[in-house]
Ligand binder design. Structure first.
Ligand code: C5P
Length: 406
């Protein structure tokens, strides 16, 4: 289960050609344990049938202001009270205009006006309509009311025109929803996270590296940002998109990572080192591509700076309690003993240990199974979870440690 588990979402669907995409969003929300009630504008019912949405949501679909069968109930007031979040997707220029002006001539806009739950709006319309000053002014007005707007994508529209106006993709909307729903328990914290592998070149085209995908570090950055922290992500090369709202510092080598971390550590309350930093680098590099032909090649490797150890040493020497230092230990044998040794040797507050020998844990996969050990010998073993859930559990534990420090 994820952060969406047990959340009650009211999904407002309005009359855009992309209304059919909302069907998949309902399935995605339910798959993560959310409950979905769909409210449609009358024009939305022309694009996708209420029956489809009822079947997919497992709930009655509302699209009339007045219910003939239960006249004593006022649907817009009841529906406005019952939800943790309102999601309007797709949101047409018409619905955005209604909301911006407080007009309530249909059920959906009446519910939103009467609701005190946060509202996420995902506009979708022809790009000229989207870029029109009237729509842009209405969107700006919604932002001043505290609505959360998710920008539409650029591309070719159903009408054949190019430009901004395509309904955003689900993963982007999902991130906004998670951020809006998340408890802001890391607000005020500045967290530096490192992620991914480093690359240690020996000629212009080749390098020494490792299998790290960066997924665990990026999941931590995403989760910490959702929970209100100011996050700086110092990342080696990965194929992952930069998490929204996170400052991304792209580096390649361990020495570059060392420089970027050291330049920023003074402003941080927490440093989480999830990167798989290369312990060694070639002692010298060739200016040109090394030609094949020799029966063997010998390289001398020299040690890279151990960034985390240096941070732990600096902390010990200064006697400061911050930043809180969290390390990772990817081990293929004696993982708990090795992790505990690193916790002490590097003067860490917490270490997250993963046994990379297990199935579906460690490098490249989307799941992980970790054990956390803290400086007070507190120990917590997590089951096999998605890296997203693992990230939240690590942050929960970190918060407990921070509470102990205050
Ligand atoms: O000692 P080992 O490299 O296994 O420790 C792993 C932890 O130390 C990770 O948190 C990793 O990011 C960090 N590390 C580092 N600098 C290095 C090597 C590892 O900060 N050169």
């Amino acid at each position: 289960m994820t952060q969406l588990a047990d959340k009650k979402i009211l999904l407002g669907i309005t009359g855009s050609i992309s209304a059919y995409k909302a069907a998949d969003w309902v399935r995605a929300l339910r798959k993560e344990g959310g409950t979905v009630t769909v409210v449609m504008t009358e024009s939305a019912t022309k694009f996708i049938s209420p029956l489809t949405m009822a079947a997919l949501s497992g709930n009655r679909v509302y699209h009339h202001m007045f219910k003939d069968d239960e006249p004593e109930k006022i649907p817009h007031i009841n529906l406005a009270r019952e939800h943790d979040l309102n999601l309007i997707a797709p949101a047409t220029a018409q619905t955005i205009g209604r909301l911006a002006h407080g007009l309530t001539d249909d059920l959906l806009s009446a519910i939103i006006l009467a609701s005190s739950a946060p509202t996420v709006v995902c506009p979708a319309m022809n790009s000229k309509m989207y870029l029109h000053p009237a729509t842009q002014t209405n969107i700006a007005t919604l932002k001043t009311y505290g609505y959360h707007l998710v920008d539409p994508d650029n591309g070719t529209m159903a009408c054949g025109e190019e430009g901004p106006g395509r309904l955003t993709e689900w993963p982007v909307a999902r991130q906004t929803i998670l951020k809006v729903l998340a408890k802001q328990d890391l607000a005020g914290e500045s967290i530096l996270i490192t992620a991914g592998p480093t690359r240690e070149p020996f000629d212009p085209v080749r390098f020494l590296s490792n299998r790290s995908s960066g997924k665990m570090g990026y999941a931590l950055a995403e989760a910490a940002s959702q929970r209100g922290a100011r996050v700086t992500l110092v990342s080696g090369p990965t194929t992952l998109p930069a998490p929204a709202g996170v400052e991304l510092i792209a580096i390649t080598s361990a020495q570059q990572m060392h420089r970027e971390v050291m330049a920023r550590v003074g402003e941080m309350s927490v440093v989480i080192k999830a990167a798989a930093v290369s312990d060694y680098r070639p002692a010298s590099t060739y200016d040109h591509k090394v030609k094949k032909g020799q029966p063997s090649l010998q390289f001398e490797l020299i040690a890279n700076p151990d960034i985390l150890k240096e941070l732990g040493q600096d902390k010990k020497n200064s006697g400061c309690v911050t930043p809180l230092l969290v390390g990772f230990a990817a081990e293929s044998q004696n993982h708990l003993e090795e992790g505990s040794r690193k916790l002490r040797e590097k003067n860490l507050d917490m270490i997250v240990i993963n046994d990379i020998g297990g199935a579906n844990t460690g490098f490249e996969v989307d799941t992980n199974r970790v054990t956390m050990i803290d400086r007070n010998n507190g120990r917590e073993e997590l089951p096999l979870l998605s890296k997203e859930e693992t990230a939240h559990r690590i942050l929960d534990r970190l918060l407990q440690l921070m509470e102990g420090k205050r």
